[in-house]
Design a protein around this ligand. Structure first.
Ligand SMILES: C[S@@+](CC[C@H](N)C(=O)[O-])C[C@H]1O[C@@H](n2cnc3c(N)ncnc32)[C@H](O)[C@@H]1O
Length: 259
């Protein structure tokens, strides 16, 4: 008898170490079916077998899942607000601020933070930027700091010239900025969140999670902030009832921890 999708999903979750039931079911199913078509895999039993025996397929399966789209200064208005309002406020309150970009994908997001802090002339010993993702491959790419034009298309020419060098159509990030971000592997569904963060960015991952998981992760992120710390979400990921998590809306996608 062939495996049902639900059974397959549970077994596959254990194989790839990510709980696929936390992700929106329709989307997961669509992506898995399209990957199976591409690899001429007839059913879920065969797919599970490929996951067990074929490491290349396992990689492709995971890649298919962890959608890594990102870019520098994604949603520029929000980064402007960060530069003009949030960072000055946090830096006026504390000598050293703790920032977490989760998930960070190819590093465009946490490096954007470092660039902004450099533009504000903030000494690097006054901030710590931790960047995490569940996808180990994308973290390796992030550490390299080499990008194509698409990743930097929202970067102002002045900033592009100042922090990148161009080589064979690639944009190479200034090593000074690279050294200001600490990357590590982290699964938002299972790993510890730490505490006393001044600012957490959790952008463009909620769209993949079920409502229950989104709420659970939002609560854990809020708990990991210090009082008056900020949660910065993706443009389309606003919270309908921020106060139910102990947050209040500050501006656009920014929420402040109240207590
Ligand atoms: C679309 S990118 C968002 C990157 C960046 N925050 C941005 O907005 O440009 C989504 C990222 O979420 C990561 N991801 C998916 N599930 C995750 C999980 N359970 N824990 C941590 N990261 C996860 C993927 O690997 C991917 O890099």
């Amino acid at each position: 008898m062939t495996l049902s999708f639900e059974k397959f999903r549970d077994k596959a979750s254990r194989k790839v170490n990510i709980d696929l039931s936390s992700y929106k079911m329709k989307r997961v199913k669509r992506r898995i079916n399209s990957l199976m078509d591409k690899h001429n895999i007839a059913d879920y039993d065969q797919c599970l077998n490929e996951l067990k025996t074929n490491s290349k397929f396992k990689k492709a399966f995971l890649n298919h899942f962890t959608i890594n789209t990102s870019e520098f200064f994604r949603n520029p208005k929000n980064f402007k607000f960060l530069q003009e309002k949030i960072f000055p406020e946090l830096l006026a309150e504390k000598r050293k601020i703790k920032i977490w970009s989760a998930p960070c994908s190819d590093g465009s997001e946490p490096y954007t933070l470092a660039i902004i802090l450099n533009e504000l002339n903030i000494n690097p010993n006054r901030f710590e930027i931790q960047a995490t993702d569940v996808d180990r491959q994308i973290i390796q790419k992030a550490k390299k700091g080499v990008y194509n034009h698409n990743s930097v298309k929202k970067v102002e020419p002045k900033i592009l010239n100042k922090y990148f060098s161009e080589e064979d159509d690639k944009y190479i990030l200034d090593p000074k900025i690279k050294h200001q971000v600490r990357f590590k592997h982290h699964n938002l569904l299972t790993d510890n969140y730490g505490s006393q963060w001044d600012l957490i960015l959790c952008r463009n991952v909620f769209i993949y999670f079920t409502k229950e998981i989104k709420d659970e992760v939002t609560q854990k992120l809020t708990n990991a902030l210090r009082k008056d710390g900020y949660l910065f979400l993706g443009n389309t990921e606003y919270l309908l009832q921020p106060d139910s998590f102990g947050l209040e809306k500050e501006y656009a996608s920014f929420y402040k921890r109240k207590t």
